[in-house]
Ligand binder design. Structure first.
Ligand code: ADP
Ligand code: FDP
Length: 847
């Protein structure tokens, strides 16, 4: 397009791809809208279709606008309005589309992939320059009431006066004994579910919903029937309704007004503005009369019975609540049902996986926020999301380094009364959050930004939610710890590791950190707002989840539950060599066989002689490693090793590896810290209560179900504590290579070069014919990973090369897409031990 030549031209309408029966621009919507049948979304499931506004910022180049519009059209979406405005080298395009809720993220992603498109978002403008323009999208409240004088006044007064919500536009229609009212209200930070409930409490009000009428009760609400659709369905006189609808559907030029206003906003960082005119999406160019007719005639019931049943509602022949008569369920008058629906609606909205998510850490200093953030990031990256931490402290320190100021920010700097300190901290938070949101906006795939700061006041958290609006969902994770002993350890860990205390005397650093914490305590407000949050108490000994659905509930929450700071080792071994292997008869182990492709081994075979010997060495190694607890036992342990292994046995000395020396005793002097801090979980009981030494210890032992793995595990556990059992876990079975299962990769290359080439190009996502990809393996192994993370005792996993590679990618923090490159040798032991900061170290043992 030629907008570059005329950056200031006025708005204009574009033609959407023409499809029979569909309006091509808002101006076409007028008289035809009620006659056109709804072409899409007529599945038995009746997907929740609504008009959404897609705001696209794109480069002003010839053909791009048409390309974007055509791409949306080819997605099979009904475009009901399409307007654009050029500003400088950018074009701001507003497309109103009919869309099912679960499609929205995919559409945004699809549009953002078009070269030249800077950003696409639903209902808000943002540009790739990091500036965020926000249209505070007004909300539509639809109220149905008995047609009694004075009700409307009461509702309006409740909304504006009692609840303090600005009414921007209001239209009312009455039909017989019913009145239908639409309020477009300013979308401020409200609990809208409660607002609707409050409106429903007004005498004679039958229902109040956000954005849809539910005049006929549950049935229509489930189908999300719009006002004009509903009325045209239940009255003979559609004309007057049509005029009401037309009142709501503004002229096409109004959409451009938004663009104009939005595009000409000053480009200040974080600036947002609300347009003075609200332009609701034009009404659907279709009537639901046909939908209703079809649904009724096909089932005899108007709505999905399963859905109603799930709400505990029973069908009845007819209902006096039903405006249109016919077979409806008992309707919407009772508050309890309205409430159920509200909650269900809200839940439905939150259950979708947001493709962009901000996780906001909350908590006093030294509670484990950064630790938790690092863990989460590792996990999310492993699950193939883009995840990044934005630590406000780092931004603060960077600013200090770049200014004249010297020295560390001491406790006084963190006092609320310290204006300079407060300003600097807010600036650091600004920059951190702005970078975070920019990172999310730029990301083409699922992305999570973790905002790591104390975020200790409601005001701060409200600001974050506000900034993220239109860009990402927000979930808070509050880390709470009031266990004095744990706190003491945390303080020490903090002063020893945080750059804030570098070069300071430890005692002085501790007292400064304590004073800093007190400063934060004075203003700290626990998360109690009506937002999505998870609270972790005292190292996950208790957790609280509020409004956690979708991915957060399915994945992040179980993962968070598994986290702890214990230092137990985790061992990985590949199952011993199977008996039918090419080399099973060999007596020695040539080094080049370490990475032998295991595919040709029969899945049903048991251990070969060499495999058997490896398992026995493993048993002895573990016995020794788990038995030795501290230096006092070392001598005993060594003689025990000799005794067990016999002369000349090939056992490397595992002493000090599994329970390597940790700072387990702290004695810092006379300021209340002089107690001896014993890291109990880092050491293990050596003697039983009766004073006898316990040889061996309980450990978690997980094995794949293949015979060679199970046998390895059975032998490995034979010398450790009798209460250890081998848990067979099919999730640890090898990558399923489908019909290529028994072939080595070399053989596959020869036999199926096409597949091999594709696999080489995309080894992570390319699926073996009839089998799995590495990506599938990540999904399969997620529960196993969580199981391993939550163990407080040492853990041994006997599995196969592919699974171990995928699990190691997590522990090593390696890109999971490159897991197949991790070397996992046969007949060796891999030990993973946690570090205090939340990551892991790896060692390999020749045993
Ligand atoms: N859930 C938790 N509860 C208590 N302490 C924890 C938790 N998670 C980690 N820690 C410990 O807290 C200490 C301080 O952690 P850090 O993440 O630096 O704190 P923060 O970021 O809150 O200042 C670390 O030694 C870590 O082991
Ligand atoms: O912006 P607020 O919420 O104060 O949080 C950031 C502050 O939190 C602290 C608290 O100690 O974080 P961190 O421990 O991660 O370094 C400070 O460094 C940082 O300035």
């Amino acid at each position: 397009m030629d907008a570059a030549e005329d950056g200031n031209r006025s708005s204009r309408s574009l033609s959407a791809p023409t499809r029979p029966g569909l309006a091509s621009s808002p101006s076409d919507l007028g008289s035809s809208m009620f006659e056109k049948p709804l072409e899409r979304g007529l599945s038995a499931e009746m997907p929740h279709v609504s008009v959404q506004r897609l705001c696209i910022v794109e480069e002003d180049r010839a053909g791009l606008l048409a390309e974007v519009t055509t791409r949306i059209g080819t997605l099979g979406l009904n475009i009901v309005g399409n307007t654009c405005k050029a500003r400088g080298h950018l074009v701001f395009q507003v497309v109103d589309i009919e869309v099912a809720h679960d499609q929205t993220a995919a559409i945004v992603a699809e549009v953002e992939q078009i070269p030249g498109v800077r950003s696409a978002s639903l209902g808000a403008f943002n540009s790739s320059t990091g500036k965020i323009y926000r249209e505070t999208a007004p909300l539509r409240l639809c109220v149905v009431n008995e047609n009694v004088p004075g009700v409307l006044g009461k509702v309006a007064s409740l909304i504006e006066v009692d609840l303090g919500i600005k009414i921007l536009a209001q239209v009312n229609r009455s039909r017989g004994d019913r009145a239908f009212n639409v309020f477009d209200v300013k979308n401020t930070d409200n609990n809208w579910v409660n607002v609707c409930l409050r409106v429903e409490e007004v005498e004679h009000v039958l229902s109040c919903t956000m954005g849809n009428f539910k005049a006929g009760g549950l049935a229509e609400t489930v189908m999300t029937t719009r006002d004009e659709d509903y009325l045209s369905d239940v009255t003979d006189d559609a004309l007057s309704v049509k005029s009401a609808a037309q009142t709501f559907a503004r002229s096409p030029s109004t959409a451009a007004t938004i663009v104009e206003e939005t595009a000409s906003l000053p480009e200040e960082e974080g600036e947002s503005a609300s347009p003075s005119v609200f332009v609701p999406p034009p009404p659907r160019p279709a009537s639901s009369a046909s939908i209703m007719a079809r649904v009724k005639s096909s089932s005899g019931l108007p709505v999905r019975p399963a859905f109603a049943a799930s709400l505990g509602l029973t069908p009845v022949g007819s209902s006096s609540n039903s405006v249109g008569g016919g077979d409806y369920y008992h309707g919407s008058r009772e508050t309890s049902r309205s409430r159920t629906l509200m909650i269900m609606n809200e839940r439905g909205a939150l259950t979708k996986d947001a493709s962009k998510l901000v996780i906001v850490m909350v908590g006093l200093p030294a509670r484990g926020k950064s630790f938790t953030a690092r863990k989460l990031k590792r996990f999310l990256c492993w699950r193939n999301s883009r995840a990044r931490i934005f630590n406000a402290g780092k931004y603060r320190r960077e600013r200090r380094n770049s200014t004249e100021s010297t020295g560390n920010d001491n406790a006084n700097f963190f006092e609320k009364s310290n204006e300079e300190g407060s300003r600097v901290r807010q600036e650091a938070a600004n920059r951190a959050l702005s970078d975070l949101l920019h990172f999310l906006q730029k990301s083409k795939q699922t992305a999570v930004g973790i905002f790591d700061a104390t975020n200790s006041t409601i005001e701060r958290r409200r600001w974050i939610v506000d900034q993220a609006k239109g860009i990402a969902s927000v979930c808070f994770i509050e880390v709470i710890c009031d266990d004095e002993e744990v706190l003491l350890e945390n303080l020490l860990s903090k002063v020893r590791n945080s750059p804030d205390f570098m070069g300071m005397d430890e005692r002085q650093a501790l007292s400064d950190l304590r004073a800093r914490i007190e400063a934060y305590e004075r203003v700290y407000e626990p998360v109690d707002e009506d937002v999505s949050y998870i609270k972790i108490y005292n190292m996950s000994s208790k957790m609280l989840a509020n409004k956690i659905y979708g991915r957060l509930a399915r994945s992040i929450l179980p993962y968070m539950l598994s986290l702890h700071v214990g230092l137990r080792p985790i061992y990985f071994v590949r199952a011993g060599l199977a008996e039918d292997s090419r080399i099973s008869s060999m007596k020695h182990w040539p080094a080049e066989f370490d990475f032998l492709d295991p595919s040709t081994e029969s899945k049903a075979s048991g251990l070969s002689q060499l495999g058997h010997e490896f398992a026995q060495r493993l048993a002895r190694w573990l016995q020794t490693a788990l038995w030795v607890r501290d230096d006092e036992d070392a001598d005993d342990a060594e003689s025990f090793v000799e005794e067990q292994a016999g002369e000349g046995a090939h056992i490397s000395n595992p002493l000090g590896s599994a329970f390597k020396s940790m700072p387990n005793l702290v004695d810092v002097g006379a300021d209340g810290l002089s107690e001896r801090i014993f890291h109990s979980e880092r050491r293990r009981e050596v003697r039983k209560a009766d004073g006898t030494r316990q040889r061996g210890a309980v450990m978690k032992l997980l094995s794949s179900t293949l015979p060679r793995a199970k046998q390895t595990a059975d032998i490995a556990k034979s010398l450790i504590d009798g209460s250890t059992v081998v848990e067979l876990c099919p999730m640890l079975n090898p990558l399923n290579k489908g019909e290529l299962g028994s072939l080595s990769m070399d053989a596959i290359q020869k036999l199926n070069p096409d597949f091999y080439e594709s696999w080489k190009r995309h080894p992570y996502t390319h699926r073996f014919p009839g089998g799995e990809s590495y990506l599938d393996l990540v999904t399969r192994l997620e529960p196993v990973l969580i199981e391993i993370e939550q163990q407080t005792a040492p853990c041994l996993i006997v599995s196969h090369v592919s699974c171990i590679q995928v699990l190691l990618a997590y522990f090593l923090g390696a890109p999971v897409e490159e897991a197949m490159k991790i070397k996992v040798p046969l007949h060796k032991l891999i030990e993973i031990t946690p570090t205090l900061g939340g990551s892991w170290e790896m060692k390999e043992y020749e045993i």
